[in-house]
Write a protein that binds this ligand. Structure first.
Ligand SMILES: [Zn+2]
Length: 267
């Protein structure tokens, strides 16, 4: 059984490279990388299961973000720090779903940083919003800063469910969501406590959605963890190693960094 997998680019943006990539890594230094604005994209993904319906990973960008800097539904402090002038939106979530006549059965968040919940306010409150273990009850420094805005986008009383992968000591980190090996959720703590990644088998070698455990193409190709956007760099390192192991072991064809174009593995 295979699910149908689709990537949608919602927007282009620019953010500081020092957030996306560990510039202290020897390979960053070797490449003489310095902090600057780096072009990124905001993506969401669709999982269409032949029996269980359509699910979404991350929430894209909401209509309200197209109305100019002063209208964005986040606090002005957050807006002023987030370089919204550079946000170029191609597709808003609600219009995409309507246009394609998609009734979602649920949504998974790779994590709850602001750039992953910007479409959440447009989604049906009655469908489950799945997040990783402890994603809701850990307040990280970057989340504290945007918490009010994140809550506003998630809504007053969303149907939020934290996935439970069992005892941390048991070492289990993979969850076969539909129970038919068509869609695997991976617990990859580090970038945030409850960060998730996803492995979707396909006839030609599968898709690995990294989330922000690795934001950039360069980060994946050179094996470098994110920079200041990551909460726990050591744990992020471990999770990135895990994902690299899966990519190798599963001979994964398509790798999706959190914010840049996919990498197609060579045979
Ligand atoms: Zn992100």
């Amino acid at each position: 059984m295979y699910v149908d997998f689709q990537t949608i680019k919602a927007a282009d943006w620019e953010v500081p490279l020092a957030g996306l990539l560990d510039l202290e890594d020897p390979k960053s230094k070797l490449a003489n990388l310095k902090d600057r604005l780096e072009p990124i994209s905001i993506y969401f993904y669709l999982i269409k299961h032949p029996k269980h319906g359509t699910y979404m990973i991350d929430s894209g960008v909401g209509e309200s973000f197209t109305k100019g800097k002063d209208q964005v539904p986040v606090s002005s402090l957050v807006a002023s720090q987030m370089n919204f002038d550079k946000l170029k939106i191609y597709e808003t979530t609600k219009s995409f779903l309507e246009k394609n006549k998609i009734q979602l059965k649920g949504i998974f968040f790779t994590h709850l940083h602001l750039d992953h919940v910007m479409g959440a306010s447009e989604l049906d409150r009655n469908i489950p919003f799945y997040v990783g273990p402890s994603e809701m009850d850990h307040s990280q420094f970057i989340n504290v800063f945007v918490q009010g805005s994140t809550n506003r986008l998630l809504g007053e009383n969303p149907n939020l469910l934290q996935l439970d992968f069992g005892d941390v000591n048991s070492g289990s980190f993979v969850f076969d969501f539909f129970g038919d090996q068509s869609f695997f959720i991976l617990s990859v703590p580090g970038h945030t406590q409850g960060s998730l990644a996803f492995f979707i088998p396909s006839k030609d070698g599968g898709h690995l959605v990294l989330g922000d455990t690795c934001h950039t193409r360069f980060g994946w190709l050179e094996n470098i963890i994110p920079g200041t956007f990551t909460t726990d760099p050591k744990l992020n390192r471990k999770s990135l190693d895990t994902l690299r192991g899966i990519a190798t072991y599963q001979k994964t064809k398509y790798i999706y960094p959190g914010h840049q174009e996919r990498i197609i593995s060579k045979e």
